[in-house]
Design a binder for this molecule. Structure first.
Ligand code: OAD
Length: 308
């Protein structure tokens, strides 16, 4: 058993390591595709971050120039991450309410979100662990029981002082206006997202060991800079390839020099279509994307009505 920052990690039964020649075949882009097509790969864990939502219009955190942390100067914070630190939020919730608006509107899920849904529909999705709070996986139809929202979500809200539940519509109205919401007890209220300095939901520690039983781990749109999410990939078994979709190779992947890592560079919206095509799942994927267009239309109609 390994212990990471108080979290107990018990990897699954020890499997015999494949001979190097087998590994060489399996730990390639084509090897993964063949593995899925032949049914050797049946259980896929998907670990995601903000980069899978940038194509929906939500900025990530650390991309130079476009990431949220590079636009924090105007808030005069002690350091950019302070906007998501509970200690700072309790002192001054205004910066959080100002920037939360851009993260919580009605966004349409991206092709990558629908790819996760496709894995679910094909019975291949073991779990999707996400750091994102936008719930776009849920909007794309990923079932609650297969989704682990490691950093919480904006589906609910509570007072940070007395713990009282807050009407989510009221919270959203405040986020929309960029105005902090205070409870009768005078403490600021916060959506149920995990800030730096807060514990992750119990659902994370309860399910993290599932990664050990994956035949494939897909990592997408995350810099892998935030603990403990960043250790999930380390739980994969010795025969488990880790396919990484990102514009920029995360430092952790680059530095590990582990032959299980297969880096697929580029915009994941584009590379995932190519991957689906190689898996010969274009027809099913197109049907899901047609459902996405319906959702887009619905949001546009709602926006029009709200303006009238
Ligand atoms: P980051 O902003 O740290 O990383 C986003 C990653 O996505 C980077 O590696 C980008 O290169 C990549 N990326 C961006 N757009 C992409 C695209 N279209 N296609 C492919 N890759 C793309 O975001 P996270 O790793 O999710 O936590 O950040 C982790 C946590 O840090 C967040 O959950 C948040 C933040 O502070 C809290 O607030 C607690």
């Amino acid at each position: 058993m390994k212990v990471f920052g108080g979290l107990e990690i018990s990897a699954g039964p020890k499997e015999a390591e494949l001979p190097p020649s087998e590994k060489k075949k399996l730990f390639t882009y084509q090897g993964v595709i063949d593995g899925i097509i032949t049914g050797r790969i049946k259980r896929i864990a998907v670990l995601t971050g903000a980069g899978i939502s940038t194509n929906a219009g939500i900025p990530d955190f650390r991309s130079p120039g476009s990431g949220l942390y590079s636009q924090m100067e105007k808030y005069k914070l002690p350091f950019p991450e302070a906007v998501f630190s509970i200690e700072y939020f309790l002192k001054d919730p205004r910066p959080f309410f100002t920037i939360a608006k851009g993260m919580t509107g009605k966004y349409v899920p991206t092709k990558f979100h629908y790819f996760i849904r496709l894995l679910q529909d094909k019975g291949l999705l073991l779990k999707n662990f996400t750091q994102n709070i936008d719930n776009l996986e849920g909007d794309a139809g990923v079932k609650k029981e297969l989704l682990v929202q490691a950093h919480g979500s904006v589906a609910g809200a509570h007072c940070t002082g007395c713990g009282k539940e807050v009407d989510i519509k009221l919270m959203m109205a405040h986020i929309e206006k960029g105005e902090p919401l205070f409870c009768e007890c005078k403490a600021p209220c916060k959506p149920d997202i995990v800030m730096f300095g807060e514990a992750l939901p119990i659902s994370f520690s309860m399910q993290m060991n599932d990664v050990a039983s994956a035949d494939l781990v897909i990592i997408a749109g995350t810099s892998l800079k935030v603990f403990p999410f960043s250790v999930l990939m380390d739980l994969a078994g010795p025969n488990t390839p880790r396919l990484v979709f990102d514009i920029k190779e995360p430092d952790k992947i680059k530095e590990s020099k582990d032959d299980r890592n297969i880096f697929v560079p580029g915009n994941c919206e584009v590379s995932i279509e190519e991957f689906v095509h190689k898996l010969k799942l274009d027809v099913e994927f197109k049907a899901l994307l047609a459902a996405r267009e319906e959702l887009r239309k619905k949001y546009e109609e709602e926006k029009k009505k709200a303006k009238i």
